[in-house]
Ligand binder design. Structure first.
Ligand code: M6R
Length: 614
């Protein structure tokens, strides 16, 4: 959360910074700001709220600001201090010569602030970041060297940070550094970029260098110097970024979320590509580096994740336990890290994360790693911090996901779990060939079924309109689709702000049923299989309490018409694979309700796409 961007070169920095921030807006949108150096003077421009507010301010002074060929920018997801203009980055020191943008949290900012105030620093904001600006200014006054000033400052600050700093007295220079927060440098011709994430710079260059923790980079239009925290020079590893700028376009869809929902059939094809070639061939998962013996000896699996990734992990638990006979625990990373967890070298720990930058999950996998467990990371970002912790790295290849509400990355994670479970089962010989072949067959034809679901999206839209004004929503399911109910409810909450909850259908009668009346929609995920009849009975119970009933089903049974006010039908699917199909209408339902209510679908309030604070 929070995104930073910087540019130094010969072009005007303004448009590059604003474009970069636009493509980082998924990381936060509480405020935005830039610092530029116009005719030898550092100037700050900041605005509360969406980036558009900053754009309005800078447009009014465009002719002036665009003279600067250097600048840093920031998009904020507030942690310390209210989301107002004063707390917006960049932050500065007493004399206004330093400007700092920061992603992360300075944990010892209170102590630092007390010391700095004693030294005469006057704080304007409530942020942790302002301490860095004053500290760098102080160190610069002592050393007259910006790189050294930043290096000495980072020796005193604790916590997580990606920082970019400019100083009025050091022309055409950006100094940037990181610890436990992502940062990369884009390399152009006689120009450099710095950013929290690839989308900010991909339009300009595909050559980049990822910083490691405690590295400090000094950029001028003609040079890039990299040192460690002790001041030693280190060699630079330049990489070619795998993304294409087109990934950042809505391709004619009204929102990124809708585009990403529609990409799911291709996402499934991508995930399966090269891994599942035919029904009668074994799954190939070279990314898993555990040898066959170790896989056979696994006595438990722990999966840690947050939010939507946690729901994908829950589907993973069902499949792995079903096919591999290994007990699987799934836990929110934020809980896992604050208790004694039991595990050893025969415990496989799987971290699941779209961004690979979720602080809680990074801490959880590090904790498990220190105890000797093998760490397998399932992520959409093989270039992320979490990926670097992996013993086995399984990239899910969903392509860049811009909408804050995760959709296609969930699909890719779920499909990756099917592959992983089949892979382990084939090594352990823990499931029959016919069962595995049935799942493989379903996986291969899943993209066509998803396309069919998407081609009937108008039915979902009609249902969405009918229920859009509900205050609350209940989703019920059993077994492998319980995570689908949770994920459907999460999607609705996130983007429409309707209070939605997923329950196991059997639990309804143990309390939640008290909430039911004629104003409460209850959506039953009624996929054919072991628990179909049971869920149907639970739906009857809810109907008897006058709830407004909706079914999501692959059954053609006409009797359902009497019980349900609305029915969303999907193609018939094997129960084991049903979560991958059933989630899509729920994503669409959330989308259409939010859109109907006029909500900001791609950037829902209070959220950020990657949560880099614990
Ligand atoms: O990047 P991650 O998958 O680790 O992110 C975890 C959650 O923050 C994320 O899934 C969040 O719940 C999304 N907004 C879901 O749409």
């Amino acid at each position: 959360m929070c995104g930073i961007v910087g540019y130094v070169g010969s072009k005007s920095a303004l448009d590059i910074l604003l474009e970069g921030l636009t493509n980082l807006e998924y990381r936060g949108y509480d405020s935005a700001g830039i610092a530029v150096n116009v005719e030898g003077k550092v100037e700050l421009y900041k605005a509360e709220g969406k980036l558009q507010n900053l754009k309005n301010i800078t447009t009014a002074k465009k002719e002036h600001i665009e003279k600067s060929t250097i600048g840093i920018g920031h998009i904020r997801w507030a942690t310390h201090g209210a989301p107002n203009t004063v707390n917006a980055h960049p932050h500065s020191c007493n004399c206004g010569r330093v400007a700092v943008v920061h992603n992360g949290i300075i944990e010892n900012y209170k102590e630092l602030r007390v010391k700095l105030e004693k030294d005469g620093c006057v704080f304007k904001s409530q942020t942790d970041t302002e301490t860095v600006a004053h500290l760098v200014a102080k160190k610069y006054a002592q050393t007259k060297d910006l790189t050294e000033a930043v290096r000495l400052a980072t020796k005193e600050i604790e916590g997580a940070y990606a920082l970019a700093v400019i100083h009025q007295d050091v022309k055409n220079t950006i100094v940037a550094t990181r610890r436990n927060a992502p940062l990369l440098v884009g390399i152009g011709e006689n120009e450099y970029y710095v950013a929290s994430d690839v989308p900010a710079i991909i339009k300009y260059t595909k050559n980049a260098m990822y910083l490691d923790d405690n590295q400090i980079v000094t950029l001028t239009p003609s040079s890039m110097k990299l040192i460690d925290i002790d001041g030693n020079s280190i060699s630079q590893k330049i990489e070619t970024l795998p993304w294409e700028p087109v990934a950042l376009s809505k391709m004619g869809y009204k929102h990124f979320m809708l585009k990403e929902i529609h990409e799911q059939p291709d996402v499934v094809r991508n995930v399966l590509s090269g891994k599942l070639r035919a029904i009668d061939e074994k799954v190939i998962l070279n990314e898993v580096t555990l040898n066959r013996e170790s896989l056979k000896n696994l006595n438990r699996i722990q999966i840690v994740a947050c939010g939507t990734s946690l729901h994908a992990a829950m589907v993973g638990k069902y499949i792995i336990e079903e096919l591999c006979d290994i007990p699987v625990d799934v836990e929110p990373s934020s809980e896992y890290i604050y208790r004694k967890t039991v595990g050893d070298k025969n415990t496989l720990v799987i971290g699941v994360s779209q961004s690979g930058e979720t602080a809680d999950t990074i801490t959880a996998v590090r904790q498990a790693k220190s105890r000797g467990s093998h760490i397998l990371i399932v992520t959409n970002r093989p270039d992320s911090t979490m990926a670097r912790e992996a013993d086995s790295l399984v990239p899910v290849n969903a392509g860049i996901e811009v909408s804050v509400a995760a959709t296609k990355s969930y699909m890719a994670q779920v499909i990756s779990f099917y592959l992983l479970a089949i892979y382990i089962a084939e090594i352990k010989d823990s499931a029959s060939k016919s069962i595995l072949e049935k799942i493989k067959r379903e996986l291969i034809i899943l993209p066509q079924k998803l396309e069919k679901v998407l081609s009937h999206k108008d039915d979902v839209q009609i249902c969405a309109r009918k229920f859009a004004n509900s205050k609350d929503f209940i989703f019920i399911a059993r077994g492998i689709n319980f995570p689908t109910a949770l994920e459907g409810a999460l999607k609705l909450k996130e983007i429409s702000y309707i209070n939605a909850t997923g329950y196991t259908a059997g639990e309804l009668k143990h309390g939640p049923i008290a909430m039911l009346d004629e104003s409460m929609p209850v959506l039953a995920i009624l996929m054919k299989g072991k628990v179909y009849d049971k869920i149907l009975s639970n739906a009857e119970e809810a109907k008897a309490r006058n709830a407004r009933m909706i079914a999501l089903t692959d059954s053609e049974d006409v009797k359902l018409d009497d019980l349900f006010e609305s029915i969303i039908r999907v193609p018939e699917v094997d129960e084991t694979l049903s979560p991958a199909l059933a989630i899509v209408p729920l994503q669409l339902l959330a989308y259409y309700i939010a859109e109907f209510l006029g909500k900001d679908v791609d950037q829902p309030r209070n959220l950020a796409k990657s949560v880099t604070v614990e």
